[in-house]
Design a protein around this ligand. Structure first.
Ligand code: DCP
Length: 686
């Protein structure tokens, strides 16, 4: 629901900068011979020439639209050049566009607070820069004004086309203007300069809106494209907003906009003006009511957040029509690719920006097989994010399975008989809640990460294993799939996070190539999916973030209480506390194979592992795998670079050094499942 934030000041200078036909420009920079020609970027799919996702303005003048496919675009504009999105891991690779967006952000952030809103959009708070200009070099004092400033569109200025430039010049240089207008005029200078800078340094053109708040700036930036800027003076707000269709306003494209139309007969923003704040609050609640009342009047107090890096990382793909994914094996194959990409991007973010992501979310759309399911959305699921391809994959599978159970639960027929179909038409993974890591912890984190990768790589999930995992029966020894299906998810909740538009709208391809082998095992997968959760296992009610763990006796305990009990039981070490406090890692878990109640609550993955000192001075891990057999692994303590310890807070350095001196340690001093060994444990990744 939208949140009403009163305008902090109506003299703010906010700009919204939007790149013009962005992917096309990126491709044209790569292939300069395409410049000036009708060009479009098409998604990775050969069907009917692929769907267009970006169209150059030259092509638009021929009537080419983003909704068209390549073949249709060719028929409308035979000379159009179609460029395919780069491909990696069997899906679109957007890194060149992301990197190009970062180049632009680096330039735009030079003049004020900068918020990267999407791959090609940025908000800027230029209030300070505008005030500085107004006090030092006000527009009326300037003898020469750059043409780019004079070319600005100023809403409300009415003049004959031949006189518009002169009218804009006069508006900009009025010495008797309202202070708010003067500040906006300064904003027009600053934005024009930034846009020229972007063009010079990156060869990309962009358009911008300059106004007193984010909402108005965003509305204005799209009004005059490409390569132009639009200013919204205070007095023009009413005439800008009044005729706008209500559904075009941000956050009003969905249910709320529908309700305004259907229940109150509001079709334009102007129609909203007739309702008092009280009436809107009565209908939609205090906050939303006030928010609606405000936006009808152009009031919007949202701050420009200081964020030049992306808020989240996402990867996904659509599988339309016959390409939909129908087996766990196919899901696993794609999740494996997504996990690999996500892990790589997270690693780069960690390396370059010293940031870690805390939440992993799986989104999916399902193709419906029965009437009852067709009403149901596949629920998005989240859990704490663990670094490394293998762990991401493992958690992603758990999230998928939790979502699928919930999705199918509405139809016992589909869930139980193993022959009703489900098909996934859209699958994606995202990493969010990204935070800066505390300074001084980088190298130890890198170290843990390297250990993790060397212990287990994605390659371990070879085709055979994936295939087998997906086809295990419901009886006999505990299987990979069964184990995961039976594990309640930690922190699984509906997540409102929106998927990248691109993921939702394109990236189709020949997903069938993976599915042939798995197809025949579909019924057995479904039948294993239908296995009920064990009676004595704690279960997690999916009630938003406040998940409650139900114990065997049916009582509820909060996660906190339960976590506390577990900590007390295992005696949490200080290094563990450190990483928990700093939000760097998930809590390592100690699990007993006989005590599912403990294992199921601590993580999305339930592994049974423990450690004891080895005779050779390393740390020996005792792991009970899915087949209950015992697996021993030796960690090479000697290979740990003692320098990484220096980067830890002083209060825990001693403890870690003690771990690195195995010969001085009595065998019985090492606790099973203690935190540091957990992070070096290869079994974590199995
Ligand atoms: N994009 C996409 N799928 C969509 C919409 C957009 O992959 N359904 C990608 C391609 C676009 C980029 O995102 O180039 C930015 O999208 P915009 O909506 O800003 O559109 P453009 O920048 O292409 O054009 P415009 O000049 O109209 O902003």
């Amino acid at each position: 629901m939208p949140v009403a934030r009163p305008e902090s000041s109506d003299s703010r200078v906010i700009a919204h900068v939007d790149m013009d036909c962005f992917y096309v420009q990126v491709e044209q920079r790569k292939q300069p011979e395409l410049r000036g020609h009708p060009t479009a970027v098409v998604q990775y799919n050969a069907w009917k020439g692929g769907g267009l996702i970006a169209v150059s303005y030259e092509a638009r003048s021929f009537g080419v639209k983003r909704s068209m496919r390549g073949d249709e675009a060719k028929s409308v504009c035979p000379e159009i050049q179609l460029v395919r999105v780069p491909v990696a891991r069997g899906k679109a690779d957007l890194s060149i566009y992301r990197n190009a967006g970062s180049e632009v952000v680096a330039i735009l952030s030079r003049k004020g607070r900068c918020e990267r809103a999407s791959i090609d959009e940025v908000y800027l708070d230029l209030t300070d820069a505008a005030e500085k200009m107004l006090s030092e070099t006000p527009p009326e004092s300037l003898e020469v004004i750059d043409d780019e400033v004079i070319k600005s569109h100023v809403l409300g200025i009415s003049a004959e086309p031949s006189d518009v430039r002169q009218a804009v010049r006069e508006w900009i240089c009025r010495s008797n203007a309202d202070r708010r207008d003067k500040l906006l005029a300064c904003g027009a200078f600053i934005v024009a300069e930034l846009r020229m800078q972007v063009l010079k340094e990156t060869q990309f053109s962009c358009s911008a809106g300059i106004a007193h708040n984010k909402m108005l700036a965003k509305l204005a930036s799209g009004m005059n494209k490409p390569a132009q800027q639009t200013v919204v003076p205070f007095v023009s707000i009413k005439s800008l907003l009044e005729p706008l269709p209500i559904r075009k306003m941000k956050q009003l494209g969905g249910k709320l906009g529908c309700s305004l139309q259907d229940d109150l007969g509001v079709n334009t923003v102007g129609d909203l003006l007739q309702f008092s704040e009280g009436r809107l609050q009565e209908r939609y609640g205090i906050n939303t009511g006030t928010w609606l009342w405000n936006i009808a009047r152009g009031i919007n107090g949202d701050e420009v957040e200081s964020r030049v890096l992306p808020k989240s990382h996402g990867t996904g793909k659509t599988f339309p029509g016959l390409n939909c994914l129908k087996t766990i094996a196919a899901i696993e194959r794609w999740l494996s690719k997504f996990s690999e990409e996500l892990a790589e991007r997270l690693e780069v973010d960690l390396e370059q920006n010293k940031r870690i992501a805390q939440t992993l979310t799986l989104h999916a759309s399902a193709h419906k097989a029965t009437e009852s399911q067709s009403q149901k959305k596949f629920p998005s699921k989240s859990c704490p994010l663990r670094y490394g391809t293998t762990k991401i994959l493992e958690d992603a599978l758990n999230l998928f399975q939790a979502g699928l159970r919930e999705y199918l639960s509405s139809s016992s027929k589909a869930y139980g008989n193993g022959c009703s179909g489900w098909g996934i038409t859209n699958l994606s993974l995202s990493a969010s809640k990204i935070v800066d890591i505390p300074s001084g912890t980088c190298s130890i984190m890198k170290y843990f990460h390297t250990q993790d990768q060397s212990c287990s790589s994605t390659k371990e999930f070879n085709d055979k294993e994936i295939f087998e995992a997906a086809t295990l029966s419901t009886s006999g020894s505990e299987s990979y799939l069964m184990k995961h299906l039976q594990e309640p998810q930690t922190e699984c909740h509906e997540d409102g996070t929106k998927m990248n538009t691109l993921m939702q709208t394109h990236l189709e391809d020949e997903s069938r190539m993976f599915e042939d082998k798995a197809q025949t095992n579909f019924s057995r997968e479904i039948s294993s999916l239908s296995t009920p959760v064990k009676k004595n296992e704690p279960q997690l009610d999916s009630v938003g973030e406040d998940a409650v763990i139900k114990d065997a006796a049916g009582g509820n305990r909060s996660r906190d209480q339960k976590g506390k009990a577990l900590k007390e039981k295992q005696g949490t070490s200080s290094i563990l506390q450190f990483f928990q406090t700093k939000n760097c890692f998930q809590e390592p878990k100690e699990e007993s194979v006989n005590d599912m109640q403990e294992t199921t609550e601590s993580s999305c993955s339930g592994k049974a592992d423990g450690t004891v000192p080895s005779e050779s001075g390393g740390i020996r891990s005792l792991h009970r795998g899915a087949d209950q057999s015992r697996v021993d692994c030796i960690y090479k303590i000697d290979e740990i670079d003692p320098n990484v310890v220096d980067e830890l807070p002083r209060e825990i350095q001693e403890e870690v050094r003690a771990w690195l001196r195995p010969q001085k340690r009595a065998n019985n001093t090492m606790r099973r499942g203690s935190s540091i060994t957990h992070y070096f444990s290869p079994n974590k990744n199995l």
